[in-house]
Design a protein around this ligand. Structure first.
Ligand SMILES: [Zn+2]
Length: 228
């Protein structure tokens, strides 16, 4: 089966690949931009980039209902096991790669903070590279622009998923600079239009990507799908 991504709004994604349902940062029930509710989703694996509420809010309910494995920074994975009795967790750390049945998951640097909703230490924030049979996806997750994105790009990225919202992450101008560092084949925006502080003109961003980079911008509405 081909790999298909679904954007649920904000930083929340589903990646259906092979026989696996993979979720990234599910934040649905309290997310004003979400296209569905947590109870609607199935999952085998849940990737978590950092501890902020708008990335972890629905992780435990989905994991505890479906039995999904939570893959996250060691401190974040331990927090789900200790505080929410999530049965299956795997903690990894920056630079580490985990081989899973659907492909490899590498945890990358992100320039952002990370604290759990109860104030617990969440370790550093992270992004992910998914190495799948159909290609490589880089989820930058919440981050500022950083020059080491060149190293991530050197891995050969088919689809980069970048925040463009500004305020809490890099904004549209820096995300275009990120595209120039990563040089992905295609690029999709996320982490915008959830709340007023991160409202952005996504069509203007896409036009700038087309004008200034070799990447193809792929813009979908919440609920929209991208085939890898
Ligand atoms: Zn955050």
């Amino acid at each position: 089966m081909a790999t298909e991504l679904t954007w649920f709004g904000h930083g929340s994604w589903a990646i259906q690949t092979g026989d696996s349902n993979v979720l990234l940062d599910p934040y649905l029930d309290d997310n004003p931009a979400a296209s569905c509710k947590a109870a609607d989703l199935e999952a085998d694996y849940i990737l978590v980039s950092h501890g902020h509420f708008d990335h972890v809010a629905d992780v435990a309910p989905i994991a505890n209902r479906t039995g999904a494995m939570v893959v996250a920074m060691v401190e974040v994975a331990q927090w789900f096991a200790d505080q929410h009795q999530v049965a299956h967790t795997t903690g990894i750390n920056l630079g580490g790669t985990l081989a899973l049945p659907f492909g490899k998951v590498k945890m990358t640097l992100a320039q952002h903070s990370s604290q759990m909703p109860d104030g617990s230490y969440g370790g550093p924030a992270a992004g992910f590279i998914l190495d799948l049979p159909e290609g490589k996806i880089y989820f930058a997750c919440d981050t500022a622009l950083f020059l080491d994105m060149q190293l991530i790009g050197a891995e050969g990225i088919d689809l980069a998923v970048l925040p463009i919202g500004d305020h809490f992450t890099m904004g549209p101008a820096d995300s275009v600079k990120a595209v120039k560092l990563i040089e992905p084949r295609r690029v999709a925006p996320m982490h915008y239009n959830t709340w007023p502080p991160i409202e952005q003109d996504v069509e203007a961003w896409a036009a700038q990507v087309e004008a200034e980079t070799s990447a193809e911008p792929v813009v979908v509405e919440p609920g929209g799908k991208i085939r890898l």
